[in-house]
Design a protein around this ligand. Sequence first.
Ligand SMILES: *Cc1c(COP(=O)(O)O)cnc(C)c1O
Length: 504
Amino acid sequence: MKYYDKLIFEISREGRVGYSLPKSEWEGLTSSLSEEASGIAKNLLRETPAELPEVSELDVVRHYTNVSNKNFGVETGFYPLGSCTMKYNPKINEEIAHHPAFCGLHPLQSEESVQGALAIYYHTARVLSELTGLADFTLTPFAGAHGELTGLMVMRQYHLLRGDTKRTRVIVPDSAHGTNPASAAVCGLEIVEVKSTANGTVDTNDLKGLLDDTVAGIMMTNPNTLGIYETQVVEIAHLVHEAGGLLYYDGANLNPMLGASRPGDMGFDIMHINLHKTFSTPHGGGGPGSGPVGVAAHLVDCLPNPRVVFVDGKYKVKSGKMKVESNHSGGICQFGNSCGRVAAFMGNFGVVMKAYTYILSLGKDIKHVGPIATLNANYVKESLRDAYYLPVDTVCKHEFVFDGLADKSTGVTTLDIAKRLLDYGYHAPTIYFPLLFHQSIMIEPTETESKETLDDFIDIMHRVAEEALADPDMVKTAPHTTPVRRLDETTAAKNPLIKYRDLC
Ligand SMILES: *Cc1c(COP(=O)(O)O)cnc(C)c1O
């Protein structure tokens, strides 16, 4: 182990300092002062110095630089994590979002003093409307799943406002992202699964059997999680609307749609977008994100509070008036016609800034994003289909799914392949999702990768497939070169060791 790879406590040497402060004028005084004068309760004062690492400034710089180099990110290498759109995030987005004029703002400032920020909210919503074919957007939800919950609250509100209280079921395809049924459950709705056909799209016959006057709506992803375009979407929209339900579009991965097609034109009523996927905000590690929700004209009234409006040449933050509606079963408390409030203040402004910068800097070229993401995915798919099993053989959109190796005789699994890729400096694809196949490997190259990078990845994937045949045990015990090998991921997530050592 390299010296600077050790834990910071292990490179500590007694008496070594990296930073000196002028002597405190309070030193030695606090313990002799009364509690009122020092402001600190006597029993809280330290008698012995804290056990902190004693290191020089250079030790700290080298230690943390070495630790940071162990991270993998889009700026380290190719990141083909399906359903996550790990594309390159241009630096200009960060520069603009970090401008002191924006990042110094406070949400309690007066409207007059934040006209520029409100203009950005307003215009980002307009551009998202243009790109999706929906009438208006709220930018307050903090994540994709939060957007789903918000969108479903809008859906429920729409039915409740019409006194249609029976509609408590939401139809979700079996290929859906796990957040879809989870959000429906959090919204108090019941989930009904609709099956997929052998070519991976929604089975319209199964759907017809599920539609009745208890259905609030259907949640769909198009292209779906197999990267396949649901060509019967117009028929599905007709069927669901006919039955009185609404269509929800999970637009977390809107990437393939940019410049190609718009959910509003397909017949969707509500959708969310992940700005931290399609609109180029760095993600992974838990945030910050943003999941704007867009709605068709007949649902604008139900959007959450507050909203940014433009009246008399000024941007204003508006909320619907509180009124209590008691005509629905259980007595429902409403906020105007709005479905309520889903976030403190107005969401993650920094992420909105980055999306707006990304959209403006691409300009009309944004129409190439979807087609190039689609071309890249099909190029990788066709180049690897000799070595990996392609369960649904069709033109894909931004991503596609293999079901493990073509030759499964050696018992090398998807997990083994993912681990072996780490040895070659590649991030693993999404594995074991979607749940439709036993050995799913879901690959999404995105539009920001060059042909050379894709070719190198294709070579490595071929090499791993050859290794699986020639030396299966070596692949089954991968990774061999990473700082840690195979972890017990459940224990690492549920019971992480976050202390240097147990001091108790
Ligand atoms: C990522 C993703 C989500 C959830 O987004 P979060 O921001 O992680 O909550 C939902 N649906 C699909 C299809 C996704 O890919």
